[in-house]
Each structure stands twice: as C-alpha cells, then as structure tokens.
Design a protein around this ligand. Structure first.
Ligand code: PGA
Length: 246
C-alpha cells in the first residue's frame, strides 16, 4: 500500500492543528488502497491523536531519541510517542542532519530503537547539490542507507525510506520524476544486497517540493511508493489533493 505522509516541521500550534485536522477529515475521501500519515510537531501529537482516533489516518513524529528514558533534556522517547498513538517516526530528515548535526551513526541508533519499540521509521536519505554535481548521488545515498541499517540488516522490511534530495527540499524545485525513479531503483538494489529475503517490503517514498500539481507525475511511476510532503501539506485542501493524486 502506498504511503502519503505530511511533515509539518515546526509549524502549527495546538489550535491550528485541531482546525486543520477537522477540515482535512471533512474533505478526505475514504480510501482502502493507500495509507495517509500526518507528522505534526511534538506539542500537537496529543490533540492530533484524539482527533484522528478511529479515522484510519496515521500519526507520526518527526524525530525521536534512541533511549527509552533518562537524562536527555529536551528529547522525546519512543515509549512516549507510542503511548500517544504514533505508529511512525521520521528519522534522519535532512534538516536534522544538516541543521542539527545528526550523523549516520546517530540515525542508526534511532533506527535500532524504533525497531526495538515497534514504531515504523521513515528513514530519510538524500544528496546535497554539490554531491549531485560531483556525481556522488548514489554513493552518498548508499552510505546513508548502509550505516542506518548497520546491525539490523535483517529488518529492512520494517522500515520505509524517503529519498529527499537536499536541494529539492523547500526550494520549489523538485527532482524530475525520472531522476527520482533512477535513485529509487538504485535504493531498491542496495536494499536487495543488504537483505535479499525482504525484497520489495520497504516502501521508497519521494520528498522535496511535492505539490498537488506535480504529485501525479511522481505517482504514475510504480517505483515511487509514496510521498513525503512538507510545505504543501500545511494546507488541508492541498494535502488532500496530493493524497488523491493517483
Ligand atoms: P518540502 O519538504 O515539501 O517543503 O520540500 C519536504 C520534506 O522536507 O520532507
């Protein structure tokens, strides 16, 4: 089943979250062939879980800590997220990596923790513009994936991957669907090498300047098994259109 995910980033207060979700649920068509996921900021998770309860729309967090509890000021653990109804967590988003200095090793610890706790991670990978220009896209993406799965190679089927070229995030300039497909095929090959038995069980999403106009262009390719949407998910009408784009 394909997955359409909203990453609100650091947007929306509790009351804005409630207002958005009520409208979104009003206009969202009933689907049985796709999964819809909303990842609001931590402060909105509780209200979102109440509003979304029983609707089939999934709830996810944008980040997590790898320990279950302890002296980690400002962090949020997976048991906390689970109890509030999160079934997904975004791990290694490019903003976490590049603004907050998350390394591949830290991402790996978080993936392991998610697998232990049974929360499905959406592992984000993607190259910077200088990597692409230097012909390093495949190398960068492969390294990110291999380190992320280090020690848990047999569990690739419990993770989804979002390919998000850094230069396409929040810029209004998406990758071309053909370029995205090329990287998605490459990721599929890397996953096959890591865990041949789980072939085809990791969904590979595209993210980076997706909007209602270009979403159908991505989704018409079978290799693109979902979308991770930032800016265009902040408006319920726009996100509902993206969900409806295939
Ligand atoms: P964008 O963000 O849709 O605003 O480019 C996507 C993301 O960062 O997940």
């Amino acid at each position: 089943m394909r997955l359409i995910a909203a990453n609100w980033k650091m947007n929306k207060t509790v009351s804005e979250t409630e207002e958005y979700l009520r409208r979104f649920l009003e206009i969202l068509k009933p689907y049985e062939d796709r999964e819809v996921l909303i990842c609001p900021p931590f402060t909105s998770l509780y209200v979102a879980s109440r509003v979304l309860s029983g609707t089939g729309v999934r709830l996810g967090a944008q980040n997590c800590h790898y320990e279950r509890k302890g002296a980690f000021t400002g962090e949020v653990s997976l048991p906390m997220l689970k109890e509030i109804g999160c079934s997904y967590v975004i791990v290694g988003h490019s903003e976490r990596r590049h603004i907050f200095g998350e390394t591949d090793e830290l991402v790996n610890r978080k993936i392991i923790a998610c697998l232990e706790e049974g929360v499905r991670p959406i592992l984000c990978v993607g190259e910077k513009i200088e990597d692409r220009e230097a012909g390093m896209t495949f190398k960068v993406v492969e390294t990110q994936i291999r380190i992320a799965f280090s020690g848990v190679e047999g569990m690739t089927d419990r993770v989804d991957i979002a390919y998000e070229p850094v230069w396409a995030i929040g810029t209004g300039v998406p990758a071309s669907p053909e370029d995205a497909v090329e990287v998605h095929r490459f990721i599929r090959e890397v996953l096959r090498e890591i865990n041949p038995r789980a072939e085809g069980k990791t969904r590979i999403l595209y993210g980076g300047s997706v909007n209602p106009e270009n979403a159908p262009e991505f989704m018409k390719h079978g290799e693109i098994e979902g979308l991770l949407v930032g800016t265009a998910s902040l408006d319920p009408e726009s996100f509902a259109k993206i969900v409806d784009s295939f």
